[in-house]
Design a protein around this ligand. Structure first.
Ligand code: AMP
Length: 405
């Protein structure tokens, strides 16, 4: 059974074709700059990478003007006799779509039908930057592969188990009732995937574990997973809340908005742009949103870069502490995503500040990148682990389960 996983952004489309018999990625790639004059297709056939000139290498007959064109060219490249991995479109048994926001309606992945599409259109208001793009990808696939079953897998679904006290904001209750303003949480597919992988690796029933998952990438969030279900998470109504991130500010005093709109004469949209795109590690360091650049600068003595890293580590520790309290304990702390999987210094800095939990980093074991492993000492009462995330595989697994029913 082969599943095509699609993740659409406003001007991009990521894809992965996975053979679910052995979970092998047959092909993956990215169409960028959709609608612009210089679209770009990067395609991987197994492990060979190709940058494809869509005008020359494949008879596409035009620019990639929209997501429908992007899906068409993805299918063409998958079928191409040199670059492709399948010989007929019928080999794609199902399509799994990443959808950012499922609102309160979806606590699980679903088969896409007309009713689901209507609900997703309603949810677009809650995630105006993401859901409309996800929907465009769904419409495009439906047009090009009308007979292929499709599933929607939501970033928010895993967190729908949070108790009221964790998701409600202390605003007038009617604002929640009338406008759906509450904590939703994101990165759910990743948090759920790494927690399951860790429990399997430790050969322990997830229902017996208290796990804190730290998804530390350009976007970063931490989740408290008690006995297999999410009970709290650091992102909120939007992915802006929680930790300081690559370009996002994370938690700040909400009154800062009113103050700055007066003092700097900025509109809400301008302030929103600052908080989402110009803050976080980039805003603090003034150097980059990429932790590698900021670490290089800090190693050369740049004080603002040092500060940015200190703030980030401090936020991670603070959230871990809060979630230990929320679960009345912790058994496993997991690091994942770009920074969590690759940066041993940040992992060590976080864990070294948590000795009160009876956890210590093993420097040899922590000297690892992107490999499923325990990185705490054998004596540690709480285990620290590195678990590479794989959101596409999780989406494909859910799609397989739903479409096989
Ligand atoms: P993601 O959003 O999960 O793709 O993570 C991307 C981020 O991971 C990049 O912006 C980097 O900041 C960070 N990252 C990736 N590799 C490393 C590394 N070797 N050391 C430090 N940070 C890294």
């Amino acid at each position: 059974m082969k599943i095509l996983v699609i993740n659409c952004g406003s001007s991009s489309l990521k894809y992965q074709l996975i053979n679910m018999d052995d979970k092998a990625v047959l092909s993956s790639g990215l169409v960028e700059k959709i609608g612009l004059s210089d679209p770009l297709l990067t395609h991987k056939k197994f492990d060979d990478k190709f940058i494809i000139d869509t005008d020359k290498q494949i008879d596409f007959g035009g620019k990639i003007q929209n997501h429908e064109d992007a899906v068409t060219i993805v299918i063409k490249v998958l079928l191409d006799k040199d670059l492709g991995v399948i010989s007929s479109m019928k080999e794609i048994d199902a399509v799994g779509h990443r959808v950012v926001h499922g609102g309160e309606k979806y606590a699980n992945s679903v088969i896409i039908n007309d009713e689901v599409i209507l609900e997703l259109e309603k949810c677009s208001k809650l995630a105006p930057l993401h859901n409309p793009a996800n929907l465009i990808g769904i419409y495009a696939c439906q047009k090009i592969m009308p007979k292929t079953p499709m599933a929607a897998v939501f970033d928010t679904a895993f967190h729908q188990t949070m108790p009221e006290e964790a998701y409600i904001y202390s605003l007038p209750y009617e604002i929640y009732q009338n406008y759906g303003v509450r904590r939703y949480g994101f990165h759910g597919t990743s948090h759920q995937y790494v927690a399951n992988v860790a429990a399997e690796f430790l050969d322990t029933d997830i229902k017996k574990l208290k796990i804190i998952t730290c998804h530390l990438g350009n976007g970063a969030s931490i989740t408290a997973i008690k006995h297999g279900i999410s009970i709290d998470t650091s992102m909120g109504f939007t992915p802006l809340a929680g930790l300081t991130m690559g370009t996002r500010c994370g938690d700040i005093d909400p009154s800062i908005l009113a103050y700055l709109s007066h003092e700097m004469n900025l509109s809400i949209d301008e302030l929103d742009n600052i908080m989402n795109k110009k803050s976080g590690v980039l805003g603090l360091s003034g150097i980059s949103n990429d932790f590698r650049d900021v670490e290089d600068a800090a190693n050369k003595g740049d004080k603002r870069a040092e500060l940015a890293l200190k703030v980030f580590t401090y936020h991670v520790k603070k959230y871990i502490g809060a979630y230990v309290a929320a679960m009345n304990g912790v058994d496993v702390i997991i690091f994942t995503a770009g920074l969590g999987e690759n940066d041993k210094v940040t992992r060590a800095n976080v864990i070294n500040g948590l000795s009160y939990l009876g956890i210590a980093i093993d420097d040899n074991k922590n000297n690892v990148r992107g490999k499923l492993s325990v990185i705490s000492t054998d004596e540690s009462k709480v285990k620290a682990m590195l678990v590479p995330t794989n959101e596409e595989l999780m989406i494909a697994q859910d799609t397989l389960i739903l479409t096989s029913q």
